[in-house]
Design a binder for this molecule. Structure first.
Ligand SMILES: Cc1cc2nc3c(=O)[nH]c(=O)nc-3n(C[C@H](O)[C@H](O)[C@H](O)COP(=O)(O)OP(=O)(O)OC[C@H]3O[C@@H](n4cnc5c(N)ncnc54)[C@H](O)[C@@H]3O)c2cc1C
Length: 384
């Protein structure tokens, strides 16, 4: 059996290594197409902002992440031809597959809101932490910040790790308090949704933290325009937010290769999949995993880890000649840094919340000190 995996980020690596450990090369040939030679641990970007992580700890050569016997092609996949079970690549021609697993992640769309790109390029008061470079610039701006209004935004859903803009504003507020600058600052969180977090009990706990700590939440606010010169952000409904420092979340879409491949994805480029079986809605030999999919749950590495387990289980069943029954229940775990030395884990699946809304020091130790080594040493290897 020939499996081609598009994308060798968190989800692609976790799945490829799990499969390699289960099956010999004679049983399953595994090829991964990944365009980047560097793998970056994105969940630590929010730690970089507050000097809780060293950038050099977050990057590894992509080729070092895969088990022996996985064929890595460093290239861009440009088109899928699902009728003929083929993928076109930019430099390596066509690849054929029996099964295709799409793990191409999410793409940041800098074309809107109007003025965002100009503000980010100027780099004086508009930032985003969705890239390593962006996170480092925001970290340096925070260090120099002497007072004024800090605004953190959500884009229209879905975005990666939907708690990230919340983590940023809560930690920024705590940082300014620790530095003795809290009285000179105002903090605003904008969200297109009716509340900053949609899931109880975390929603209620976070709302009460925002109120207690004087952080304003502007709900139903989708940024339409950013004017870095005036320090002004507008939304589609005419609401406004003034800022001295803006941390903006660019809208997310699926990758171009999905848009180029008829029948594989939806209008926004997300791979259309059954949310439990992970199989493409139109092609039974195509699966989706990770941020690339339209699963109605948060786009997180924790979700990708669970999905890699389920998908491997499904392939075990397929290869044994059984009907695959393993299902993904939508579970993700999102660590929300609420202040120094405190983290709340939001753990939920498609139907219910699975953990209490508790801020704890143990969670902090896990998030800040343990998750990155666990990720590189066990999770990516498919051992956890
Ligand atoms: C600021 C921030 C904070 C986060 N915090 C957390 C957190 O606390 N906890 C958590 O669990 N998750 C967190 N995440 C989310 C987590 O990083 C992602 O959910 C995870 O990386 C998803 O894995 P993926 O493999 O689907 O996508 P990615 O890891 O992004 O990998 C996609 C890969 O596909 C490749 N690719 C794309 N298109 C092509 C193509 N056409 N051809 C070849 N290769 C291609 C890309 O180069 C990339 O390597 C955070 C993310 C960010 C940005």
């Amino acid at each position: 059996m020939k499996i081609v995996i598009l994308g060798g980020g968190s989800a692609g690596v976790m799945f490829a290594n799990r499969m390699r450990k289960e099956f010999s090369e004679d049983e399953v040939e595994i090829t991964v197409v990944e365009r980047s030679e560097k793998h970056i641990y994105q969940p630590a970007f929010t730690l970089l902002l507050f000097d809780l992580e060293d950038p050099k700890n977050l990057v590894r050569p992509t080729k070092d992440l895969f088990d022996e016997g996985i064929n890595l092609i460093t290239d861009e996949a440009t088109k899928i031809d699902p009728q003929n079970n083929k993928v076109t690549t930019a430099k390596h021609g066509e690849l054929s597959y029996d099964y295709l697993v799409i793990a191409t992640g999410a793409k940041l769309d800098y074309s809107e809101p109007e003025g965002m790109k100009e503000g980010l390029d100027k780099g004086e008061n508009v930032f985003n932490f969705y890239t390593m470079d962006g996170a480092l610039k925001l970290r340096d701006a925070l260090k120099k910040f002497e007072g004024g209004t800090i605004v953190s935004t959500f884009a229209q859903m879905p975005i990666k790790c939907p708690a990230a803009p919340i983590k940023f504003i809560l930690m920024a507020e705590d940082t300014m308090r620790i530095l003795g600058k809290r009285d000179k600052c105002k903090f605003i969180l904008t969200t297109p949704m009716p509340a900053a977090f949609s899931r109880p009990p975390y929603m209620h706990a976070l709302n009460s933290i925002f109120t207690k700590r004087g952080i304003e939440v502007k709900a139903n606010f989708t940024p339409s325009e950013v004017d870095y010169g005036k320090g002004l952000m507008k939304d589609f409904g005419g609401k406004e937010a003034n800022f001295d420092l803006l941390s903006i979340t660019p809208p997310h879409t699926g990758e171009i290769v999905i848009e180029n491949s008829e029948g594989v994805g939806d209008a926004a480029g997300w791979v259309s999949c059954d949310k439990n079986h992970m199989v493409n809605k139109n092609f039974l030999n195509i699966y989706g995993i990770g941020d690339a999919t339209d699963f109605p749950t948060s786009k997180t590495a924790s979700g990708a880890r669970k999905q890699a387990k389920v998908l491997t289980e499904r392939f075990k069943q397929i290869i044994r000649g059984e009907e695959p029954t393993a299902t993904y229940d939508g579970e993700i775990i999102c660590p929300i840094l609420t202040r120094y030395k405190r983290v709340m884990f939001a753990n939920f699946n498609y139907t219910e919340s699975l953990s209490p809304a508790l801020e704890s020091y143990i969670n902090w130790v896990l998030k800040v000190h343990m998750l990155r080594p666990l990720y590189f040493n066990l999770m990516l290897n498919g051992l956890m």
